[in-house]
Design a protein. Structure first.
Ligand SMILES: [Ca+2]
Length: 274
């Protein structure tokens, strides 16, 4: 059974809607690893006495009168865009909305607790790939922490998007390649492997140091940035990237990932986090 995106509603004892959550379903048909949520606190007369949006109370501030008419409404600054997926990997097991397509992953390790770790690569493709089960994600922004293990001199690790479920995908990766370190975007094709670099920017990537990648994918463009360094690029493709799964990829065993974040974006609201 393939989990998919949906909504879950909660009602109170008078069958009044009190919460609506949206996101990716786990195997129990509950929304997992997602933040979009609206909830209402109602008194016995049905007056709204509290409202929360994206899990943040009083993001929309309002007052109501005795007949439940809204008498004032104000939108305070929300803390950020709604996170379609956020996983800090602080649970001892990987949420079942994730699926391993190549290699082996774990979320517990004595020296790197509370991170997603690729403990082994797939023998044929020399990759380890973990993706969300949802296959229709597109036009979003991403934030991801990546760390190569000590001694790494070559390899790629980063964010996967447009994964077709059959080992073909695009990826924004940190790459160590001899003495040259880059942030780059490339396509991986099932059976053929990594294609040529589509765009890149040179930076400094030290093994055993955690870096934050961020950026967005929108229609035919992908923007990527290595946080904390003057390293970024915008790649414009001739074709749409299209929908697919999002996740992580590495070509180096024992790479760790943390705080996987995938955000909704709109043309009016570019990436504001990180
Ligand atoms: Ca963590």
């Amino acid at each position: 059974m393939t989990p998919s995106r949906g909504q879950v509603f909660t009602y109170d004892r008078l069958n009044r809607l009190t919460e609506a959550r949206a996101g990716i379903f786990n195997a129990s048909k509950q929304v997992a690893l997602a933040e979009p949520r609206e909830s209402w606190t109602l008194d016995d007369l049905g007056n709204i006495s509290g409202l929360a949006y994206y899990g943040t109370s009083n993001v929309i501030q309002h007052t109501t009168n005795a007949t439940n008419e809204i008498s004032s409404l104000a939108t305070a600054n929300p803390s950020g865009d709604p996170m379609i997926v956020f996983d800090n990997f602080n649970a001892d097991t990987l949420d079942d909305t994730w699926s391993t397509t190549k290699g082996t992953f774990t979320v517990t390790d004595g020296t790197d607790p509370d991170k997603l770790k690729a403990t082994a690569l797939d023998g044929t493709t020399s990759t380890a790939v973990e993706v969300m089960a949802e296959n229709t994600l597109e036009d979003g922004a991403f934030i991801l922490k990546v760390k190569f293990p000590s001694g790494t001199t070559s390899g790629r690790a980063g964010f996967v998007f447009g994964h077709d479920g059959s080992d073909t995908y695009h990826a924004v990766v940190l790459r160590k390649n001899g003495g040259t370190d880059t942030l780059e975007v490339a396509k991986y094709t099932s059976g053929a492997g990594w294609g040529s670099t589509l765009d890149s920017s040179t930076g400094t990537v030290t093994a055993n140091t955690e870096y934050t990648l961020c950026g967005w994918v929108r229609q035919k463009a992908v923007y990527a940035k290595l946080d904390g360094q003057n390293v970024d690029f915008t790649y414009n493709s001739s074709t749409f990237f299209g929908a697919g799964k999002v996740g992580v990829v590495t070509t180096v065993a024992n790479t760790t990932f943390d705080d996987f974040t995938y955000l909704q974006i709109t043309p009016q609201k570019p990436l504001r986090r990180a």
